[in-house]
Design a protein around this ligand. Structure first.
Ligand code: ADP
Ligand code: MG
Length: 215
């Protein structure tokens, strides 16, 4: 069982994330139509398609340069509020990534991603944004590493917490982003960015499962 993750994992994660976002495109569009402008699925599908191309064009197969290339692709193609936020998340992960990523490095990467999103978007938890998926994911990941979990366990915990966090946005009233224009009427809907975050982190977990299984 491989103890660490590397560039192969980053590439596999991106492919799985792109496929998942593409599969959930209409659902994300519908969620954003209810409390935003209906473009989130389209934005992310376009962004991850560009990220796949960036992966293919990146000559250096180490995690940091791959994550940086993905960040640039997302920043220049996703648009909306989510493009700069997700781009920042990937840039910060690139900054925290090591050649060999163990559980503690993985936690550091996720922490850096969430901190970057919060610095950029100024959202705290319970404001009905992607932070409501990222923040609990980081906490769960840190706990999993603390109790001795490997990379897959860390990402499994993160993905599960992100899914629960995304579900928790249903009752929230949005106070950041486009959905905040609706005020109390934003309650009773899931936040599209929190839901897409749960798909992205689930893809990270699936890729890690694959990576750590056969070596
Ligand atoms: P836009 O709102 O510009 O149309 P998208 O539809 O692509 O952009 O993304 C909307 C998502 O962005 C929201 O569901 C929310 O999760 C996230 N978001 C918006 N503003 C913020 C913010 N300030 N901090 C964190 N996430 C935010
Ligand atoms: Mg939108």
């Amino acid at each position: 069982m491989a103890a660490t993750l590397g560039g192969l994992w980053v590439a596999d994660w991106t492919r799985r994330a792109a496929a998942s976002i593409h599969r959930h495109r209409e659902e994300l569009i519908e969620l954003d139509r209810a409390i935003g402008d209906g473009d989130h699925g389209e934005n992310l599908d376009r962004g991850y398609t560009a990220a796949l191309k960036a992966l293919d064009n990146e000559a250096d197969p180490a995690p940091a340069p791959l994550l940086r290339s993905i960040a640039m692709a997302l920043m220049s193609t996703v648009g909306g509020a989510s493009g700069p936020l997700l781009g920042t998340a990937y840039l910060r992960m690139a900054g925290a990534a090591r050649e060999d990523i163990g559980p503690n490095e993985l936690v550091a990467m996720l922490q850096a991603a969430c901190a970057g999103i919060q610095e950029r978007g100024k959202a705290a938890e319970a404001e009905k944004t992607m932070v409501d998926a990222w923040a609990p994911a980081v906490r769960a990941a840190a706990h999993a590493a603390e109790v001795g979990g490997g990379c897959h366990e860390v990402l499994e915990a993160a993905a599960r917490a992100a899914t629960i966090g995304a579900q928790s946005t249903f009752d929230m009233v949005a106070t950041k982003g486009r959905a905040s224009y609706l005020g109390p009427r934003s309650a009773g809907h899931l936040d599209p960015g929190a839901v897409s975050t749960s798909y992205i982190l689930a893809a990270a977990q699936e890729a890690a499962k694959e990576e750590t299984a056969d070596s």
